[in-house]
Design a protein. Structure first.
Length: 350
């Protein structure tokens, strides 16, 4: 998949500012909807080069490597002073430590994909009281705390897609288990809940073996080990779905028990992480959104807010799937879901 690339001069940015101001009259710019910060945070003007924006990702892995590539493209396209910081550990404490440093530096905007949104809330508030724009991704519960949360799509719809794909793979019957990276991860839990409710309502012959999701710790090893536990406790399990991008670990566990293709797997996953499993039949379908595009859109939105231009209904964040954002309750939704199978996996290059 190829991202839309764009290059614009200062005059184009200024022109865009005027267009943004002509958005839906029922939706005010994100910068003017929060009491803790000023409606216009700076008198620097609109030149992206004058704004320092930093993205804090969850952890070091292929997913966030791809996100970093999109943010690097944003820098090339716009001249925005934007960079990525990777926490030493995939936890809230490491992210908070980075945020504290950035607050002390007085950056213009902090973007973050929180490991634990609730744990980050006090530091987010501290940053915003210091006049720093804060924009999140994959953290819908932060909407009241931040300037804006950016999502690739509405969680309910994406979660139901997990349920739909798993039901198709399992022919609508049998026992299944759902995985998330962690119980504190907003979007993972939202997808899990939407998927299980969808299956309960539409497929009475499918049985969820647990009252809550299993945690894989956002790691292939964690998914592998947890899948082995499930297989031991439920040898008649017929399917898994994983809301973190670690379904390959489940596939490996199935292969070790000669169950690849027999027990169905649907997972969030990058094409590069899942191609082998899709082609050998051990993963039925993969779902995702392009991390590079999400990083691009999130950091660009942070620049628009920090520079006083704001984000409204219909704002174009200049990348595929985020051309016309839909705002609701402090969250800006794009339309960027991706589905892939053995038949189309070679069409993706990330």
């Amino acid at each position: 998949m190829k991202k839309k690339l764009f290059a614009f001069a200062l005059s184009a940015v200024v022109a865009m500012s005027a267009l943004v101001g002509c958005g839906s009259s029922s939706t005010t710019p994100a910068t003017s909807t929060k009491a803790e910060t000023e409606s216009v945070k700076t008198n620097k003007g609109s030149d992206p080069a004058d704004y320092k924006v930093v993205m804090i990702v969850k952890q070091s892995d292929s997913w966030f490597d791809d996100m970093a590539s999109g943010i690097d493209q944003l820098k090339k396209d716009t001249g925005l002073n934007v960079s990525v910081q990777v926490p030493e550990k995939g936890d809230a404490a490491s992210q908070i430590s980075i945020m504290e440093d950035l607050i002390a530096q007085g950056v213009d905007a902090i973007c973050v994909v929180p490991n634990d949104p609730a744990a980050l809330a006090p530091t987010i508030q501290k940053a915003r009281k210091a006049g720093i724009t804060v924009v999140t991704h994959e953290a819908t519960s932060t909407a009241k705390e931040v300037d804006l949360d950016i999502e690739a799509f509405e969680s309910q719809t994406f979660g139901e897609l997990f349920g739909e794909k798993l039901a198709k793979a399992m022919d609508g019957k049998g026992k299944y288990a759902g995985f998330v990276g962690g119980l504190t991860m907003d979007t993972h839990m939202a997808w899990y809940n939407a998927a299980t409710e969808y299956l309960k309502k539409n497929y009475p012959d499918m049985q969820n073996i647990s009252n809550e999701p299993y945690e894989d710790g956002n790691s292939v090893e964690g998914a592998h080990d947890k899948a082995l536990e499930v297989l031991k406790a439920y040898p008649d399990i017929a399917g898994f779905f994983d809301c973190s991008a670690q379904g390959g670990g489940i596939c490996e566990a199935l292969a070790e028990n000669s169950l690849e293709g027999k027990v169905k797997v649907v997972s969030l996953a990058l094409p590069s992480m899942s191609a082998t499993y899709l082609k050998d039949g051990s993963m039925a379908e993969g779902l995702c959104w392009r991390p590079a595009d999400a990083g691009y859109a999130t950091c660009y939105a942070a620049y628009l807010i920090a520079s006083g231009q704001g984000v409204t209904d219909g704002t174009d964040l200049k990348v595929t799937g985020y051309e016309s954002m839909k705002l609701k309750d402090g969250i800006a939704y794009g339309n960027a879901p991706l589905e892939f199978t053995a038949d189309n996996i070679d069409n993706y290059d990330f």
